[in-house]
Design a protein around this ligand. Structure first.
Ligand SMILES: [Zn+2]
Length: 428
């Protein structure tokens, strides 16, 4: 009987568990990027961590042609859920590295078909062996936004929502070239009326309740649509994309640029837990594919899905192209996936950017995000120790990473399916 490992509950716990899982794999190579000058709630240092496996380890990187990259915590508060998935994948890899581990042994009957297939794939390709000479690599990045992960906010230490800031910029100053953006940023100043509501002038219960009621009233479809876009002129607004690239963007670039330098094919997965379809169970995954429908990447994915040996049937999660909708705007173009799409568009490489959303808790509205944003601002003004701040952060944490076995099981099952077909597609 294999014990079920639960997701981490705090960012400190997630880092400990993640590092332990990465070190469990004897051929891994682990690197750390410290966010200098900033600390967690217990004065702990903050890091983005990277684990490299297979041809992605330093001495073999020149061989790297095909790579699976997995990132967690672009939105800080969503880091523990994403990290739980990375740990699950590393646990399967550790099993694969044990040459005596047979996924088909009767004692391992409670492993899913997808888990068994991932283990078999890694064993058959010899990816984790010391003398591996192949060209496949796996890279996991933990806590792209370590400040947000530690302090349970979507945005970072500079107020930036990282999933809106991967935009074209001046390479020297790092400032955005707004005029070069592929789509007009039509929504900069569309909702100044929200600004005042976001930052409560007092944190007493009556003020917060009043504010909550007012926010709920104005949370119509138009405001919801605006919230998806991002703003670039005022850090106190709801989803501020910054006025230049963020620490997390620089760090992602530093990590991914050399990885993709010689790569011909990559699947990149940015793990989130902030979006859920109404009719789907908690934790179930949507793969938001940043590629034009009927374009070459989409066709490749469809082909891969058909060719991937899925003896237990089904498709890899719920895949839809963001370009099938009309709502494409800075929330797509400003995401890390949007950045990769543009960066490698005419490079001759196939980099497949996948935004992954594990559906969070049922019955929680976007209003909670607004509350959290306002209180985040208030917390900065009043200090993080205010009891109301802790209460709201706890609510936000329960939303993004519910302490719920069903959430974790569904998310793990869907992600194993996705990673399984991505790995088989790399080797096809
Ligand atoms: Zn997110």
């Amino acid at each position: 009987m294999i014990m079920e490992k639960r997701f981490p509950r705090t960012s400190k716990q997630s880092r400990d568990m993640w590092l332990a899982a990465a070190r469990e794999i004897l051929t891994s190579s682990i690197e750390h990027y410290q966010l200098q000058g900033h600390f967690g709630p217990d004065k702990e240092e903050l890091y983005t961590d990277v684990a490299y496996f297979g041809a992605a380890v330093p001495e073999k990187r020149k061989n790297l042609k095909k790579v699976l990259t997995i990132r967690s915590g672009t939105h800080g508060a969503e880091e523990t859920a994403g990290c739980g998935i990375e740990i699950d994948m590393m646990d399967l890899m550790a099993k694969a590295q044990n040459r005596f581990f047979d996924p088909c042994a009767p004692s391992n009957d409670n492993l899913s078909e997808d888990a068994k297939a991932i283990i078999k794939f890694i064993q058959h390709q010899h990816i984790l062996e010391h003398d591996y000479n192949g060209d496949i690599g796996i890279v996991m990045i933990r806590a792209v936004n370590p400040w947000g992960a530690a302090h349970i906010t979507r945005d970072d230490h500079d107020f930036i929502d990282n999933n809106r800031c991967y935009l074209p910029h001046d390479p020297v100053t790092g400032k955005f070239y707004h005029q070069l953006l592929p789509l007009p940023l039509e929504s900069y100043d569309k909702y100044p009326h929200l600004g005042g509501l976001l930052v409560p002038n007092s944190l007493d219960d009556a003020t917060l309740d009043r504010r909550h009621t007012r926010l709920r009233k104005i949370l119509n479809a138009e405001v919801r649509a605006d919230l998806m876009r991002g703003q670039y002129d005022d850090p106190l607004k709801i989803i501020w994309g910054g006025d230049g690239i963020s620490w997390s963007f620089r760090t992602t670039e530093k990590i991914l640029d050399p990885i993709y330098a010689n790569t011909a094919l990559a699947y990149d997965n940015d793990l989130h837990s902030g979006l859920k379809r109404k009719d789907k169970p908690t934790g179930s995954v949507q793969m938001l594919l940043l590629a034009e429908e009927d374009g070459p990447i989409h066709q490749k994915i469809r082909r891969d899905l058909q060719e991937c040996p899925m003896e237990d049937g089904g498709k890899a999660a719920d895949i839809h192209s963001l370009f099938g909708t009309k709502s494409v705007s800075t929330w797509v173009e400003g995401s890390a996936e949007g950045w990769l799409r543009h960066k490698y568009a005419n490079s001759g490489k196939t980099i497949v950017p996948c935004g992954i959303e594990m559906g969070p808790k049922d019955g929680v509205e976007l209003i909670d995000l607004l509350d959290a944003k306002g209180l985040r601002t208030a917390a900065r003004l009043l200090g993080d120790t205010h009891p109301k701040t802790a209460e709201i952060k706890q609510r936000l944490h329960d939303y993004f990473c519910p302490d719920d076995l069903e959430f974790e099981r569904n998310a793990k099952a869907d992600m194993r399916r996705i990673f399984r077909y991505q790995l088989y597609a790399l080797a096809a």
